[in-house]
Design a protein around this ligand. Sequence first.
Ligand code: ADP
Ligand code: LRH
Length: 482
Amino acid sequence: ARAGTVAAVDLGATSGRVIAARVSSNELSMRQLARFPNDPVRLADGLHWDLPGLYRGVLGGLRAAFAAGPVASIGIDSWAVDYALMRGERMLGLPFHYRDERTQAGVDAVHARVPFAELYRRNGLQFLPFNTLYQLAAEPTALLEAADTALLIPDLIAFQLTGARVAERTNASTTGLLGVRTGAWDEELIARLGIHRGLMPELVDPGAEIGPLRAGLAAELGATASTRVVAVGSHDTASAVVGVPMSPGAAYISCGTWGLVGVELDAPVTSDAAREANFTNEGGVDGRIRFLRNVMGLWILSETVRQWEREDGSPVDLPALLAAAEAVTTSPAVFDVDDARFMPPGDMPARIAEWYREHGVPVPASRAELARSIVESLAEAFAGTVRAAAELSGTEVRTVHLVGGGSQNALLCRAVADRLGMPVLAGPVEATAIGNVLVQARAAGFLAGDLETLRALVARIMPPVRYEPGGRAGALCDTGPR
Ligand code: ADP
Ligand code: LRH
């Protein structure tokens, strides 16, 4: 089989990484060349991504990839919805972080023009206060008028690398401005929201070539002239779902900063019930639909740990904390992880304690107990969302795949298996980078086939770890109200 090397840039909300992979129809070997923290920064006007810092990390990883040998292509994915406004080559300010709290005015302005029920029929998206259309509506008019293009984060990195301005379709589906059935910009909606049509660039599909590296940059990075930047499922969740080694009858949980919980469908479900359950229909690779709901995810745990680290002035050992949490023998009460108070950065233990007090539930006494409650509460939300995804889409679900950083959390995997009464198949950890790699490798001709063929390769080379339900001694049940 023809083999070759591609480089995946995967920017998560917790960390960014650059991975080089050698791929053929029976090979998938991944090497991490760079990993850098993604630390947002609060400026006078709000919370922003440190884009220059991330870009520096990307360039360092790419330089290492080129130093190791020829690279056919580069693919970029990141978290969704956030963007930079551009005027020519210039970025009009650092992109805002979706956890910045400025968007409420945008939500009200959009819903005054287009009620949510109509939006849902048009774009199929769950309500998240930071969806791009609400963020755009919160921008000062003068800035929107000055901008000639809005570029989503992966498209922005691709622009820096190549000079080409495109909107990759899976990520464009998270803006709220793409028709859920057409996969094209919803011109009428864009006009009704008063956005100038030129702001949204030409759409491209995963697998399409974006362009060669800028000449000066290629030389500086030591790249060969033939290296191309190629579109992948640039929404990280789109790439993650490509990398899930699943077969029919499986649901997935892409579990990192967020828990993205759902099923893959051939067509969207925009019923009243789906809208009321706040399920989304995001555009996937090869025209598939990701029918899922955002569950708060490991953000709650990592933000809790960050608070303790601020208090202690020293790092907290996560595996040790999880081991202590697993050893807790008192019944942990679950809380509603999706309560909006947990969205912004801040003192998470205090907010969780506040939730418990409001609901008349004793507050976990120790760090281990609180960590246990967080994991059990996440598992409870994941399990409920898997059930809802199956019911709303009419899918029979028999197993659940859990991928991403959270797949290393055995306590979480066991808790999900117990609550669902189904096996949880954990891993790969880097499903997102794998999905990114697979789409590039197929575009380069190192692989062929549909998503099922690509997933079969992942299942063969990186078999998941299986957690059976009922595997925990004296498995604990949920005791608290939700
Ligand atoms: P993102 O892609 O959103 O940046 P990741 O998929 O990298 O996030 O997942 C990050 C999360 O993975 C961390 O918040 C942490 O909870 C979890 N994690 C990382 N390493 C471990 C580990 N060794 N054991 C358990 N959980 C881990
Ligand atoms: C996960 C993710 C998710 C979006 C959120 C903003 O990283 O892309 O799919 O909803 O970030």
